[in-house]
Design a binder for this molecule. Structure first.
Ligand SMILES: [Mg+2]
Length: 214
């Protein structure tokens, strides 16, 4: 069973401008390439799991999302392939875990829709729910979740990993971007850390993660 590295997209692989929609503005976060290479070289699967509620809100189009993701993949130069699969959740309402219904998967580039039996978008995919990680397991597994790693810039990212069985995660602290109103809520993180078993740390740089796992 292979472990996997699960990465959020906005704020983790590329800078988060708030509902990224312009491919020309896509810039990689410092050292993300060496981070991915490090885990790839240890035979980790690598997945992106990204909430994209801007699509459900109709603030960004599916094509905007596609173009930004395409540009990101062009910039990630690890060969033969930096990322195994991108899963995205276009929904804008959270739902309780447990509503994971059968999905009709429509291939869209490297990405997937989640559609439930009623033909509605399934919100079990939206983090903090673990639907996207479980789908990665269905598609590429069995994944060794207990040796896997999750990296995000929100506690909800870590929670999605936790709900799938991951016990090692990092919350990346970024300097705020223009147009970005999200800042790390340290109180929320500390509450999460105290309540959940595992190794969950704050990091300012991907070098810290590489050093710690070397
Ligand atoms: Mg993010």
């Amino acid at each position: 069973m292979k472990p996997a590295l699960f990465l959020d997209r906005d704020g983790i692989i590329i800078h988060d401008h708030g509902y990224n929609k312009n491919p020309e503005e896509v810039r990689l976060i410092d050292n993300i390439q060496s981070l991915i290479s490090f885990f790839r070289n240890q035979d980790f699967l690598v997945f992106i799991i990204t909430n994209q509620s801007g699509i459900g809100r109709t603030w960004i189009s599916l094509d905007d999302y596609y173009q930004v993701s395409k540009r990101m993949l062009e910039l990630l130069t690890f060969k033969p392939q930096a990322i195994d699969h991108i899963f995205f959740a276009p929904y804008f309402e959270a739902s309780p875990i447990g509503s994971d219904l059968a999905k009709t998967n429509l291939e869209f580039y490297h990405s997937e829709w989640g559609v439930n039996q009623s033909g509605q978008w399934s919100t079990s995919w939206r983090k903090p729910n673990p639907g996207m990680l479980l789908e990665a397991n269905n598609k590429y597994g069995p994944i060794n979740f207990s040796n896997s790693v999750i990296i995000g810039d929100r506690v909800t990212d870590l929670l999605a990993g936790y709900h799938a069985g991951i016990r090692k995660g990092y919350l990346k602290i970024n300097s705020p971007e223009p147009g970005q109103n999200h800042v790390i809520d340290l109180e929320e993180f500390n509450h999460f850390k105290n309540k959940h078993e595992g190794q969950f740390e704050l990091v300012h740089s991907y070098n810290d993660i590489v050093c710690e796992n070397n």
